[in-house]
Design a protein around this ligand. Structure first.
Ligand code: MV4
Length: 584
């Protein structure tokens, strides 16, 4: 394999490290790039060479095609691996790389483009005999057309952005009366996110599972699948837990959806690793939803049960090598689960919680894999996505894997920032997850939130009822009669501490009109406005949803009152600290 010997990874964080590891496995040279914020980031040390891109935000660094190409030229890299996100599904970038004589470790640009248009993709799949969700394969031009479609294929319907994907710009329409508003909202969102207002319509499937199939296609006409991943556990279209095999897929269904995925990849003229995302309805029907033309975050669970290094296959395919295995060589062994450990605060509606990681200790031991790019002292920047680590386990069966995940989660120590560790412990211990159900509504339920609260402050109850003493937070080890105990120490407070706290609160409350204003905690785009002027709101009620770094963030009312001034509209950009509305 001598097509190239040095690869530049146009990415950061855990996925850059993930690719560098395989490059080393294969004795290939590696080149990292980094933004100003990432000067000290771990991924830069996992490559043979590292080049500064300059700029802080993604738009100033990892997304600038000329900067990436310049770094490749300076390093003498012969190939580019894009990772996921950033430029991974940018057909223009793939073309520019190839025009510059660099090998693109990814699919043909035409396949990226085809799958980027959800309507064109649906048309191609329909022609190829791949089942698509009933609906249109062309954009719809008016709310009247939506109503007409409802009469034909039945309610409810779902309007989706034609240039969209991943659930952004989706609007459910339950009756003809809702068509006009939903049509307009979906078009506005399509324009705001994808600079394209075109929308199309699908039948809305109730309580489906998100079941996706990993495919590999080489340049010699070989296309195989590596089984499915179940990604049903999501929040606002962010996957949180992924597993394989799916609790809802048996050998017969796997063969059927595997064939559908291989047919879909062939119809797209695909090459490289890709994922067919599909919906599995409660009645057992399976439909193509979209194709992700990149390596995905959750590829790891497939690697655990197949033993295949998917990045290695991407590299070999790009070098013109045939697939290392045929369909009959693919053996699925055991059950794998991945939990995304994000720096997010569950008690604040999963608000990203950037900051400095003070304490960091990864779990290990049998069947445990951690893909991360942080260590104690690392900064989780508000400029990039807040994923700290992916925790992946392999067990003999699902029950074994759940037990292992709970064990590994309890070993994982992250201090200094809020994380989803407590959330995952509560979710995986929930009867709905054990049952392999869709857990519809559980992720955001009050019940789970309470459980998370309990798990993350297990020792806090020691403090209740003990006036004048606060927890110092530190867990210490003591030995009593030769036996070890872990204790959280209660430190008596000085007598003026309570007064000082009250004074601080008064000062905070004295900002006058300021305490009536809800501000955006981040820079982003307004996805939805959930209230109107004159509405009565309660504390914690969602007033708007702001998208930042591909994450949907709920902005909530901090107090009860009436919305008197609404300062934003859906589709508009907002900056951190910008007023959203006044609640008086
Ligand atoms: C759907 C759907 C129901 N009907 N499409 C699209 C993007 C992905 N993140 C979720 N998407 C959905 N598309 C039709 N026609 C429901 C979802 C959906 C979903 C699907 C499976 C598992 C969890 C889900 C959570 C939210 C939305």
């Amino acid at each position: 394999m001598a097509a190239f010997t040095k690869v530049l990874v146009a990415n950061r964080g855990e996925i850059a490290i993930r690719v560098f590891r395989t490059l080393r496995d294969m004795s290939l040279g590696s080149v990292a790039v980094y933004s100003d914020v990432d000067r000290g980031a771990l991924h830069t040390g996992f490559a043979d060479e590292a080049f500064a891109l300059g700029g802080s935000t993604a738009a100033e660094s990892y997304l600038v095609v000329e900067k990436i190409l310049e770094a490749a030229k300076r390093a003498g890299a012969e190939a580019i691996h894009p990772g996921y996100g950033f430029l991974a599904e940018n057909a223009g970038f793939a073309r520019v790389c190839e025009a510059a004589g660099l090998v693109w470790i990814g699919p043909p640009p035409a396949a990226i483009e085809l799958m980027g248009s959800k309507t064109a993709a649906r048309r191609a799949m329909q022609v190829a005999g791949v089942p698509i969700i009933p609906g249109t394969t062309d954009p719809v031009g008016s709310a009247e057309e939506v109503v007409e479609l409802g009469r034909e294929i039945g309610w409810p319907l779902l309007i989706k952005a034609a240039a969209g994907g991943g659930g952004k710009g989706m609007e459910v329409v339950r009756s003809p009366a809702e068509a006009q508003r939903a049509f307009e909202t979906a078009r506005r969102q399509g324009l705001a996110y994808f600079a394209n207002p075109a929308v199309y319509v699908e039948r809305y499937l109730e309580d489906p599972r998100h079941v996706e199939v990993q495919v590999l296609a080489d340049a010699h006409g070989n296309v195989i699948h590596l089984g499915e991943r179940d990604c049903t556990i999501q929040r606002r279209h962010q996957k949180l837990v992924e597993e394989t095999p799916s609790p809802a897929v048996d050998e017969k269904l796997r063969e059927r959806i595997g064939r559908i995925a291989v047919d879909a990849a062939r119809a797209a003229g695909y090459r490289s690793a890709g994922t067919i995302e599909g919906l599995l309805a409660p009645d057992g029907s399976y439909y193509f939803m979209e194709m992700n033309t990149r390596i995905q975050v959750e590829h790891t669970v497939t690697e655990m049960v197949t033993g295949v290094d998917i990045v290695r296959e991407q590299i070999r395919i790009a070098a013109g090598e045939p697939l290392e295995l045929a369909q009959e060589d693919v053996r699925l062994q055991g059950h794998a689960i991945e939990c995304r450990i994000n720096a997010e605060d569950v008690s604040k509606g999963f608000l990203p919680a950037p900051g400095t990681i003070a304490v960091y200790r990864e779990p290990s031991g049998p069947g445990v894999r951690v893909d991360s790019a942080v260590t104690a002292g690392s900064e989780i920047s508000p400029l990039y996505d807040p994923m700290i680590a992916k925790l992946i386990v392999l067990g003999a069966d699902r029950e074994h894997a759940i037990g292992r995940m709970l064990r590994a989660l309890s070993e994982f120590e992250i201090g200094g920032v809020e994380t989803l560790i407590g959330f995952h412990r509560a979710l995986l211990a929930h009867p709905c997850f054990a049952a392999g159900a869709t857990c519809l509504g559980i992720v955001e339920s009050e019940q789970l939130a309470e459980q998370v609260e309990k798990l993350s402050h297990q020792a806090t109850n020691l403090a209740s009822g003990s006036d004048g003493a606060r927890l110092d937070g530190q867990v210490r080890q003591i030995e009593v009669d030769g036996r070890r105990f872990e204790v959280r120490v209660l430190e008596p407070e000085p007598p003026w501490a309570e007064l000082a706290r009250r004074r601080a609160e008064r000062v905070r409350g004295r900002r006058g009109a300021g305490d009536e204003v809800v501000v955006s905690p981040m820079q982003g785009t307004v996805l939805k406005v959930e209230v109107a002027e004159g509405d009565e709101v309660e504390p914690g009620q969602v007033v708007a949803v702001v998208e930042a770094m591909k994450m949907e963030n709920e902005i909530t009312a901090h107090r009860a009152g009436t919305v008197s001034e609404l300062a934003i509209a859906s589709g508009e950009p907002v900056s951190a600290g910008q007023p959203i509305c006044v609640i008086s």
